[in-house]
Design a protein around this ligand. Structure first.
Ligand code: IMP
Length: 427
């Protein structure tokens, strides 16, 4: 029962799509377990580039069953348009399975997300504005709408009424907005029922049966470790658990079933939205990383904040996820620097700190302590094995591995499907 979890080890956008896709051919099921269409994977197949937001990247591998687990929040209009976009390009999406227990991002949740951010002003989180936070809030408040509710009009109406009861008070009295009509929301939601029906399944049962039959199941996290609601840089986080434990709750599998946890780690660091980021660069190096790395959000189109590699974060990701391996991505972006700074520790109030401080105040004050590693100028995009890399690139990878606490088992040297060096097989 090989069950692998693949997740972002930093603040998301580490290149998970490429890693998932690399494994796609040998994987039977790819399961998303949290997040929603706030995520964005770019997958390059041949000369075709696909930007996926909600669908698991396994949708592009013909033999693979893509699954949207119970822990995901689903905007039906986004899901349906993503599916039809792929169909138009000749991709067969009929194998998709959608958990009946997944929560639905309703139109009013999207409105609440945008209005709340506006209201927060300077204190805003910089959310993707897709209704993610309010939908998870409804789930926890027990006023959420689940996929299965679309198939019982009376229950759906009662639940929308319950959800809008308080929301309309807040919208009208606090935010000075118009109230939302229950029947309009119900009508819109019911309009999705038939179109989604072919995909709805008891995904917990399907996944566990697949594991019993020794199928290869890959659990794919959205966002990243530092955006985790419990283990990230709260409150500048998303509202779910991208960390490894989220795979168990968000897909309905026991921790004893997970055999491998792979952290995707960019060779430098990026972040979208607000919040602390110790190695962030505000100079021409940051600009160069953004330009060479194409660091612009797949979902929001926002420029990503860029900085040097942070080993403190990588060590933290190893710990909170129990990582067994790293997949190092975008090493090629660093080609051309004479020396590459790597953050090995922080200085906080004059003291050297080796591990991520649990105090938010301390983390906001953390200054990076850098070690300089020699760079390389050779094109590495054609490298097929570790020894094809220039000596300094090899040393950079080895240094990162030593600092981060888990073996680097694959290295991305370019955006294409085949531009990856495999060191240890994941299967
Ligand atoms: P939300 O997930 O839309 O609520 O946004 C919360 C925070 O997570 C914001 O800082 C977003 O920019 C960030 N975020 C959400 N999804 C992603 C992602 O896929 N990659 C990187 N950052 C993300």
């Amino acid at each position: 029962m090989p069950a692998l979890v693949l997740l972002g080890a930093q603040w998301g956008d580490e290149g998970k799509g490429k890693a998932t896709d690399l494994l796609g051919g040998s994987v039977d099921y790819v399961v998303r377990y949290q997040g929603g269409n706030n995520a964005g994977h770019t997958v390059v197949v041949g000369d075709q580039k696909y930007a996926l937001h909600l669908l698991p990247s396994g949708i592009l591998s013909p033999g693979c069953t893509p699954v949207i687990g119970n822990g995901v929040v689903v905007d039906p209009s986004v899901l349906l348009s993503e599916l039809s976009g792929l169909n138009e390009r000749g991709v067969d999406t009929s194998k998709l399975l959608l958990s009946g227990n997944a929560h639905i991002i309703t139109p009013y949740n999207v409105t609440v997300d945008k209005v709340t951010e506006r209201f927060l002003g300077k204190r805003k989180i910089g959310t993707t504005g897709r209704g993610i936070g309010p939908t998870y809030a409804d789930k926890i408040n027990r006023v959420g709408i689940r996929v299965q509710d679309l198939y019982d009009e009376s229950i759906l109406t009662q639940k929308v009424e319950a959800a809008l009861d308080i929301k309309n008070q807040i919208l009208t009295k606090l935010y000075n907005r118009r109230a939302m009509a229950v029947d309009q929301a119900v009508e819109e939601l019911l309009g999705y029922a038939d179109k989604l029906a072919p995909y709805v399944a008891d995904t917990v049962l399907v996944i566990n049966q697949a594991l019993e039959e020794d199928k290869v199941v890959l659990f794919e996290g959205g966002q990243g470790t530092l955006l985790d609601i419990d283990h990230g840089t709260y409150p500048f986080v998303t509202s779910s658990n991208p960390t490894a434990g989220g795979a168990c709750t968000g897909a309905g599998v026991g921790p004893t079933k997970i055999s491998r946890v792979i952290g995707i780690l960019k060779a430098y660091t990026t972040r979208v939205g607000a919040g602390p980021f110790p190695t962030e660069l505000f100079d021409e190096d940051g600009e160069a990383l953004r330009r060479i790395g194409g660091e612009r959000g797949v979902t929001t189109g926002r420029d990503r904040r860029c900085g040097w590699f942070d080993a403190v974060i990588a060590r933290y990701a190893t710990r909170v996820n129990g990582l067994t391996d790293f997949f190092l991505t975008k090493l090629d972006v660093l080609t051309g620097w004479e020396q590459i700074p790597v953050c090995v520790a922080y200085e906080i109030d004059g003291k050297r700190v080796e591990e991520l401080p649990y105090s938010q105040t301390d983390f906001h004050h953390a200054k990076p302590v850098y070690e300089m590693l020699p760079g390389w100028s050779e094109d590495i995009s054609k490298a097929k094995s570790f020894t094809d890399l220039p000596k300094n690139a090899q040393a950079y990878v080895k240094a990162l591995e030593e600092m981060s606490g888990a073996p680097i088992s694959a290295i991305g040297v370019g955006p294409g499907r085949d531009e990856t060096i495999e060191i240890n097989s994941f299967l």
